[in-house]
Design a protein around this ligand. Structure first.
Ligand code: NAG
Length: 167
């Protein structure tokens, strides 16, 4: 009996190792700052991440760990929320200001660190403080692990760039 249990564990070992080796940690620096953005022939100063509007797209595979240093070079308090991510034992990285953290003050920084395990999908991230969410946002794509495949037969017919609707 115990022999067969050890036999099972022996077969599982390489699978567990592969999973651990395949999961990556990725690092990003998100600098919050004002930049002039032109829309409808007029220029406005808006808060951005790294001067981009919409902000950078984060692409991860299920199981990856994301480390995002938010550096606030703007004039307002800010925090970021990773919308749709199930924070598992990393609630302090969820982002709503005054709920899971104090906002990041101008001149300060904050490190978000979380693992996107057992979850996949096309999500987004956005500022979770006052009206800053109007311009501080971007896409967050969590792909299935290459070996896991999609929850349907075959591959998607094609992939489109994410479409973000702002106000
Ligand atoms: C900015 O955040 C700090 C805490 O991090 C808070 O004490 C302060 O009142 C906030 N300022 C504004 C203008 O909300």
């Amino acid at each position: 009996m115990s022999g067969s249990i050890i036999g099972c564990a022996w077969w599982l070992l390489p699978l567990l190792c592969c999973h651990l080796i395949a999961a990556k940690e990725q690092y990003h620096e998100f600098v919050i700052r004002d930049v002039p953005v032109e829309r409808l022939c007029r220029s406005h100063d808006v808060m951005t991440v790294n001067g981009q509007f919409p902000g950078p797209t984060l692409e991860a595979e299920e199981g990856d760990t994301l480390v995002v240093d938010v550096v606030n070079r703007g004039r307002h308090n800010v925090s970021l929320h990773w919308h749709g991510v199930r924070q598992m034992r990393t609630g302090w990285s969820d982002g709503p200001e005054y709920v899971t953290q104090c906002p990041v003050r101008p001149g300060r920084s904050y490190r978000y660190r979380f693992t996107v395990a057992a979850q996949e999908g096309t999500l987004w991230w956005h500022a979770h403080s006052s009206w800053l969410r109007a311009t501080v946002y971007g896409a967050l794509l969590i792909r299935p692990r290459a070996a896991a495949g999609y929850p349907f037969d075959g591959q998607p017919a094609r992939e489109l760039a994410p479409i973000l609707l702002g106000i």
